[in-house]
Design a protein around this ligand. Structure first.
Ligand SMILES: *Cc1c(COP(=O)(O)O)cnc(C)c1O
Length: 420
């Protein structure tokens, strides 16, 4: 039977539930850190290589601090994400600021701390200069349009709201050079949750060729090439993870053939991956409240799509394990649901599972990225706690569950007294 491994057993989880009620997300420190080290090791051949963890995937300073210890920086797209990274001890050029539709106050902060700034649009060159000032080093985000096929989550590059066209890349760097900028980086991000390793090698090749062309036309040199994020994870048990060593070997070959051969080395390679770093190492743990039988059979959980909205948002598959029934035959077909008043509040539809009873504990896999992070308060659902399963098997609460007081905290009750 195809399954997915868990870093804990039922007895351990029952112990944890005694202290921290369900639902909660729990992250596996050991596996997460080991995987993070593998990425760094795979690219050790590139001097100055750095991964900037995409904070939006798992915006928790404990996670960011663990990743900093592996040598990661932080990829941020808003002021609060920058400040969160600073809380975890990451600042200055260890921050990549890749934003879009950016307001002045966010550029101001990025410039103030000396973050790497990636521009999303050619009009932002003047916007930045007039409102904030230009940094010493700057990058532009490339959208290859029809020159590159997209994938399902991010869509076709031509439809994507991100980045400069190819023509604008030449125009943008020319303008920046004329304004006196001497230090340049370059960025792209064209895929999301992509499992084909060759896709990343092809993207790197596209960028290396563009760097050569830009150098030849404009006589500028690049200090870094940021290959973005988008490395997929095997949500389904039959899928395989992206082989990072294979990707690295393929990129190295292109780097030698294109960058080194044209005399443009050294150039630092950067990633700003999020999902692949934390996604597989988070688990949403939830208890069964009710079993309902009408035209279909429903499992009702104490978690809702407000804890993990990927299935509702893009029909995403998340594997489900019923604790203690790992080897039981899959005798029933269930819709696994939350308690929101929205009929797409389902973690799985027509999923073949063991026979489930109230109080069973379900583990929803791969909730480590875009899980708690995408949470919301619709139906006044309170956001859950986040726990860290430490390498020594102890459990640390790294975010407490919301309370009703938290939910009320932004309401102007004082004004309500005088309101009629
Ligand atoms: C979301 C995002 C990332 C991370 O993407 P993953 O698919 O999580 O690796 C990196 N850079 C930018 C600009 C993003 O928006």
């Amino acid at each position: 039977m195809l399954g997915k491994q868990l870093p804990f057993n039922k007895a351990q989880i029952e112990g944890i539930i005694n202290q921290f009620p369900t639902p909660f997300h729990i992250y596996d420190e050991k596996a997460m850190v080991e995987n993070a080290k593998k990425l760094v090791q795979a690219f050790a051949w590139n001097e100055g290589f750095k991964e900037f963890f995409a904070v939006k995937a798992t915006p928790n300073p404990f996670i960011i601090k663990l990743l900093k210890q592996v040598g990661f920086g932080a990829d941020c797209s808003s002021l609060p994400e920058i400040e969160l990274s600073e809380k975890a001890g990451i600042t200055g050029s260890d921050i990549m600021f890749t934003s879009n539709n950016t307001p002045v106050y966010e550029y101001k902060k990025a410039l103030e701390i000396g973050a790497n700034i990636n521009l999303d649009d050619i009009s932002h060159i003047d916007y930045l200069e007039q409102n904030v000032g230009l940094p010493n080093i700057i990058a532009c985000r490339y959208n290859p349009g029809s020159l590159k096929a997209g994938n399902t989550i991010i869509g076709e590059p031509e439809d994507a709201k991100y980045g400069f066209t190819k023509e604008q890349m030449f125009e943008g760097y020319r303008i920046l050079k004329d304004k006196g900028i001497k230090r340049f980086g370059i960025h792209t991000m064209v895929a999301s949750n992509e499992l084909n390793p060759d896709y990343f090698i092809e993207t790197a090749e596209l960028m290396f060729n563009l760097v050569v062309e830009l150098h030849k036309k404009l006589d500028i040199r690049f200090e870094f090439i940021n290959l973005g994020g988008g490395i997929g994870i095997p949500y389904r048990p039959e899928q395989k993870p992206v082989d990072l060593q294979y990707v690295s070997n393929g990129i190295r070959k292109k780097f030698d053939e294109i960058i080194v051969a044209n005399g443009l080395a050294p150039i630092k390679l950067f990633w700003e991956a999020g999902r692949v770093i934390t996604g597989p190492y988070g688990y949403l743990v939830t208890k069964v409240q009710h079993i309902k039988k009408t035209y279909k059979k429903f499992v009702g959980l104490d978690a809702s799509m407000s804890n993990l909205m990927r299935p509702a948002l893009y029909g995403a598959y998340h594997h489900i394990t019923v604790l203690g029934k790992e080897n039981a035959p899959l005798l029933e077909k269930y819709d696994v649901t939350g308690s929101l008043c929205e009929n797409n509040d389902k973690f799985a539809i027509a999923r073949q599972l063991p026979i489930i009873e109230p109080n069973d504990i379900l583990v929803i896999h791969d909730s480590g990225a875009h899980g708690h992070a995408m949470g919301f308060n619709y139906n006044a659902k309170l956001r859950s706690s986040e726990l860290l399963l430490r390498t020594d098997e102890s459990v640390l609460e790294i975010r407490r569950a919301e309370t009703i007081e938290d939910y009320f905290a932004t309401l102007n009750f004082d004004n309500l007294k005088h309101f009629n």
